[in-house]
Design a binder for this molecule. Structure first.
Ligand code: SF4
Length: 228
């Protein structure tokens, strides 16, 4: 499957002027996206448009929640039990400068491990990086999970969406963790009154989750209608 990789990654104006991260959402503690208790940063904006993407709202490249890395780091590490950061999206490599800076800041405060998902292939990142800072971010990452999501190759295994995606251990820090073989996990967390599913969901769970949300919304509307 061919993907057009933009020669110049479009960035919101604020991002061009100083280091500002354009964030779709964060999670300050999950055990569903890698070993141990991890904080997660999902960036806004992705050039890939994979059919079946679990996060279609985070594909458009437009400003969402803008933070400096300094603002974000204390929030992510607020729980003293956080052992690692996971970057996903959206496409983290579109914001490599900011995420590399965030990683360095975090590691000054705590010796966290770093996992990064990307739709780009590692070889592309190394030979024709799509924007600035990619080498800096790769220098910080312990495990890179690369390649676009291809729904027909979703084999329901491990911490990657489809079997074309490869697990690259860039350091040996997390080498004891079997990213391909461990069963998938997903958590539902409530943030600002919204239910959010976190993790690489086992096949069928995402559909069941959305059906449950639709059913809950329907029941709530019915209850409100009867109260009037
Ligand atoms: S690379 Fe990931 S975030 Fe981007 S469209 Fe594909 S599945 Fe969605």
């Amino acid at each position: 499957m061919a993907y057009d990789i933009p020669a110049m990654i479009p960035q919101p104006a604020a991002v061009q002027e100083k280091i500002v991260l354009n964030i779709a959402a964060t999670c300050k503690g999950t055990r569903s996206l890698g070993p141990g208790l991890r904080a997660v940063v999902w960036v806004q904006g992705c050039p890939f448009h994979c059919p079946g993407c679990i996060a279609p709202d985070w594909i458009p490249i437009h400003p969402s929640h803008l933070y400096s890395p300094e603002q974000l780091v204390d929030d992510l590490l607020g729980d003293p039990h956080i052992q690692g950061l996971t970057f996903s999206g959206g496409e983290p490599m579109l914001q490599a400068v900011g995420l590399a800076f965030l990683s360095r800041l975090a590691r000054k405060k705590r010796n966290v491990s770093i996992i990064c998902f990307t739709g780009f292939q590692k070889h592309t990142l190394e030979t024709t990086p799509p924007g600035p800072g990619v080498d800096q971010l790769l220098d910080q990452v312990d495990v890179l999970i690369d390649g676009p999501y291809i729904a027909r190759l979703n084999d329901n295994h491990g911490l990657r969406g489809s079997k074309n995606q490869k697990i690259h251990y860039l350091t040996n820090r997390l080498s004891a963790y079997d990213f391909e073989g461990n069963p998938r996990r997903a958590e539902v967390q409530i943030q600002d009154g919204q239910a959010m599913m976190i993790g690489v969901p086992p096949v069928g769970l995402e559909k069941a989750f959305h059906q449950a949300i639709d059913q809950a919304n329907h029941l709530q509307r019915e209850m409100l209608r009867h109260e009037r």
